[in-house]
Structure formats: structure tokens, C-alpha cells
Design a protein around this ligand. Structure first.
Ligand code: ADP
Ligand code: MG
Length: 240
């Protein structure tokens, strides 16, 4: 579905991604973990070209999207993204948040977009909130709206950047549960997370980043039980 070939990202003199080569298969759920500042968000943002890699290539489906002729908007239509801080449109109702892009970008008729939007809100357990404004919602509810909004574009891949890190503890589960349901639909997902239990239970594969490098990757059981690198061992000692 997505692959990166030797991608590097520099901000000025600071090299924050160092030669990352990775493949994310169709239907795969990959958890990206690692210390703060290790490049997880930058890596994720390179996958949908919110950041342009300084060198190397990114492939999405059969296209090399780092090619300068690529239409980034066209690519992003197919890649949903959910951020730590929700990024909802504050002046729109929940349903309007969810239907905005399908109407604007996909040119869906409002009635049709509403129908899809309501279905998605039901899936994330927010049917009763469709007419509310974001400032009336809890963090967990906001994040579930953000997930429904990303899904409304019917993407082929969903990227999550620490979707539960800004939530009060009692709201983490409701968001993780929605994400877990999503894995059951066969969605391809890349999830940057500090929720180790979630990564362990739900991911097909773990990618561990440290200092801009893909230090190791593997199935959750082997990664958590027998990390291969000292860096991963240290990290797991601190977080588990
Ligand atoms: P993580 O998500 O693992 O915490 P990030 O990808 O956010 O790490 O950041 C990796 C490094 O890149 C950090 O040193 C950060 O300061 C730097 N960085 C990230 N985004 C930018 C930017 N837009 N401009 C300059 N430096 C950045
Ligand atoms: Mg980050």
C-alpha cells in the first residue's frame, strides 16, 4: 500500500529521519513507537506528503508520490489522518465537520454526504451529537468525530499521530475501541502511539524509531518480549 525507500528528512542542519526504508501492506496495522523527538510524526507526515522528504522515495499504491509532478491533494484524498489535537472546524456542527470534505472535494450531494456522515457517526457512537458544536464535546468525543471525518473520504489508509495523547485517561479507551473496530474492517493503518497495550494487542507489526532511524521492526510479541537492540530494551524498560 505504502512504501518508503531510503527517506531522509532534514530541517536545516538537523537530520530527523535517517534512511528509512519501510513497507506497509494492504490491510496491515502498523504501530510506530519510540521516544519523543525520534521522528515518528515526521515519518507519518512524509507518508501523505505533509512533509516532503529531503531525499528518498515514497510510493503509494503504484505511484511514486515523491515525484514532483504528483498532485498532492489527489493523494491526500486517499489517506486519512487523525492528529493528537483533533483539528476540528470549530464553527461547524459535528455532522458538518464530517460532511465538509466529501461535499467540497468529492462533490457529493449534501443529502448523500449527510447519509454517509450519519452512518459514520453511528459507528463511532455519536449519533446524538450530530448537531453539536465541537466546543460542547469531550476530548474523546472530539477525537471520534475526527476519526469519522477522516473516514468520510473513504480513504485507503488511515494515519494516526498519537490520537489519545491529549485525552484525559478515562477517554482513551473509547477512542482506542473505535480504532480497534476499524482494524476489523481491513483498513490499512499506521498508528503512532504510546499506548503499548494497544500496540501489542492490535498491531500486526511494530516499527521502533530512535534518533531518526528505524532501529527495529517486528511482530509485537517478539518486539515486546525480545527486543533486538539496546535502544529498544531501554525504551521498553522506561515505558512498561
Ligand atoms: P516525534 O513525533 O517522534 O516526537 P518529530 O517527528 O515531531 O518527533 O520530531 C523529530 C525532530 O524533528 C525533533 O527534533 C523536532 O524538533 C524536529 N522537527 C519536527 N518538525 C519540525 C519542523 N517543522 N521544523 C524544524 N524541526 C522540526
Ligand atoms: Mg510526534
Amino acid at each position: 500500500m505504502i512504501s518508503t525507500q531510503d527517506i531522509t528528512k532534514k530541517f536545516g542542519d538537523n537530520t530527523v529521519l535517517k534512511n528509512i526504508t519501510a513497507t506497509i501492506g494492504q490491510g496491515e496495522v502498523v504501530a510506530v513507537i519510540g521516544p519523543s523527538g525520534s521522528g515518528k510524526s515526521t515519518f507519518l507526515r512524509c507518508l501523505n506528503l505533509l512533509e516532503q522528504p529531503s531525499s528518498g522515495k515514497v510510493w503509494f499504491q503504484d505511484q511514486e508520490i515523491t515525484n514532483s509532478k504528483i498532485n498532492k491533494m489527489e493523494i491526500r484524498k486517499n489517506i486519512g489522518m487523525v492528529f493528537q489535537h483533533f483539528h476540528l472546524f470549530p464553527h461547524m456542527t459535528v455532522l458538518e465537520n464530517v460532511t465538509y470534505a466529501p461535499i467540497k472535494v468529492k462533490k457529493l450531494k449534501r443529502e448523500q454526504a449527510n447519509e454517509v456522515g450519519k452512518e459514520l457517526l453511528a459507528k463511532v457512537g455519536l449519533t446524538d451529537k450530530e448537531a453539536s458544536y465541537p466546543n460542547r464535546l469531550s476530548g474523546g468525543q472530539k477525537q471520534r468525530v475526527a476519526i469519522a471525518r477522516a473516514l468520510a473520504m473513504d480513504p485507503d489508509v488511515m494515519l494516526f499521530d498519537e490520537p489519545t495523547s491529549a485525552l484525559d485517561p478515562e477517554m482513551v479507551k473509547e477512542v482506542l475501541d473505535v480504532m480497534k473496530d476499524l482494524t476489523q474492517t481491513g483498513m490499512t493503518m499506521v498508528v503512532v502511539t504510546h499506548e503499548m497495550n494497544f500496540a501489542r494487542e492490535v498491531a500486526d507489526r511494530i516499527m521502533f524509531l530512535d534518533d531518526g532511524k528505524l532501529m527495529e521492526e517486528g511482530e509485537p510479541e517478539s518486539f515486546f518480549m525480545k527486543p533486538k537492540t539496546e535502544r529498544a530494551k531501554d525504551f521498553l524498560d522506561k515505558v512498561l
